[in-house]
Design a protein around this ligand. Structure first.
Ligand code: PLP
Length: 367
């Protein structure tokens, strides 16, 4: 609150010095890549997709198990969305589904680091070796790392992070594009601001009187300083909050593994997992509605990450289903459930959730 108040009192509440500093600090944190802040992860994906100038008739592969935001920017660009099935243990793009889609022709892949677990290099390398560009949907993956270091667009065109209210690092609404490509970063700085090569802060800083020029129309996707200030504070305490998340996630792993009828996904985790979500899959035959109802009556809110895209009207009518079908997504759509996982939870809360989950499954089994 003090950081936001400082910005409000500074006389500059638009995009300016706080955003610049937040970008520098994020770049440092991510190990020296270029970072351009946006007002959402969706905007970061849009900017990366715009930059690729996909030709008419392009096909863009996305996992069907994701938020619509992964696919909407490419859909709006006029591309055909090719929906890919996921691996049932990670809920991330399945290698066989991707390989089949590549054989049929793909112009872009947008994989999702679901729940903060980095997508396997073997999957990314399938696309890379076929010359298919990749834009990483890293909405869940700020704080995630793999053998290359922090997830930050090192094997792709760019990674798009979300700083939405529910994310591990939040500015309320916000996001960032991370890339090793300096030209893309320069494009993004202009493109996030209508395509104008001069914004209010650069005018103020230089003292020039100039309205700037547009060579290519862009988006309106800048992050205001009041929100960047929140992100800077969040970044300072990020390591300790991630440690707390890891403790909670491990508590879920230990406890859920003792409950019959349910398993946690992603099953395999590693030190680089950002532990963004606690998703469980119920065994066949357990009525999820009953479990949700019981937990709700005990004051425990649950969610669903996600309704697969082909179950949503527009995608059902307009997207293409990849060559291996979407049977894993269809199956998990009836059985997945997201349990509470957030910074204010205590390990005793996790125990409480798990105890109620065990009772709910027991009751559902007896009906
Ligand atoms: C996987 C995924 N991608 C993209 C987004 C969109 O993020 P934003 O709201 O920052 O645009 C979300 C939002 O929750 C998400 O879960």
């Amino acid at each position: 609150m003090a950081a936001v108040q400082r910005v409000l009192e500074s006389g500059w509440i638009g995009t300016g010095p706080e955003c610049d500093r937040f970008e520098e600090e994020l770049a440092d944190h991510l190990g020296g890549v270029h970072v351009v802040c946006m007002n959402s992860c969706t905007a970061a994906i849009e900017v990366a997709v715009d930059r690729l100038d996909l030709p008419p008739g392009s096909r863009v592969g996305v996992p069907a198990w994701t938020h619509p935001a992964t696919a909407v920017p490419a859909a709006l660009s006029g591309a055909t969305i090719v929906l890919l099935d996921v691996d049932r243990h990670t809920l991330q793009v399945a290698a066989d589904s991707l390989a089949g889609a590549i054989d049929q022709g793909l112009n872009l892949l947008i994989p999702v680091h679901f729940a903060g677990r980095p997508v396997d290099h073997s999957v990314l390398d399938l696309a890379r070796s076929a010359g298919v560009p990749i834009v990483e949907d890293a909405a869940h993956a700020f704080g995630a790392s793999d053998a290359d270091g922090p997830v930050a667009g090192r094997r792709s065109v760019a990674a798009a992070f979300s700083f939405h209210a529910t994310k591990n690092l939040t500015t309320g609404e916000g996001g960032a594009l991370a890339t090793t490509d300096g030209e893309l970063a320069a494009f993004a700085k202009v493109h996030r601001h209508h395509g104008l090569d001069e914004d209010a802060w650069s005018r103020q800083r230089s003292g020039r009187w100039s309205a700037g020029d547009i060579r290519r129309p862009g988006r309106k996707a800048n992050l205001p300083d009041s929100l960047a200030a929140m992100g800077r504070v969040q970044l300072r305490s990020f390591a300790s909050r991630q440690e707390h998340r890891r403790t909670l996630a491990n508590q879920y792993r230990r406890h859920v593994s003792t409950i019959e009828g349910v398993s946690l996904v992603p099953g395999a985790t590693g030190p680089g997992n950002a532990d963004h979500l606690a998703v469980v899959v119920l065994d066949h035959g357990i009525d999820r509605d009953q479990i949700v109802g019981y937990l709700e009556s005990a004051g425990i809110a649950t969610g669903l990450h996600y309704t697969p895209l082909h179950h949503l009207s527009w995608f059902r009518d307009h997207a293409t289903i990849g060559p291996t079908g979407l049977s894993v997504c269809d199956d998990l759509a009836r059985r997945a459930l997201t349990l509470p996982l957030h910074a204010r939870l205590r390990t005793t809360d996790v125990d409480d959730v798990c105890e109620h989950l065990a009772i709910a499954i027991d009751l559902a089994g007896r009906r």
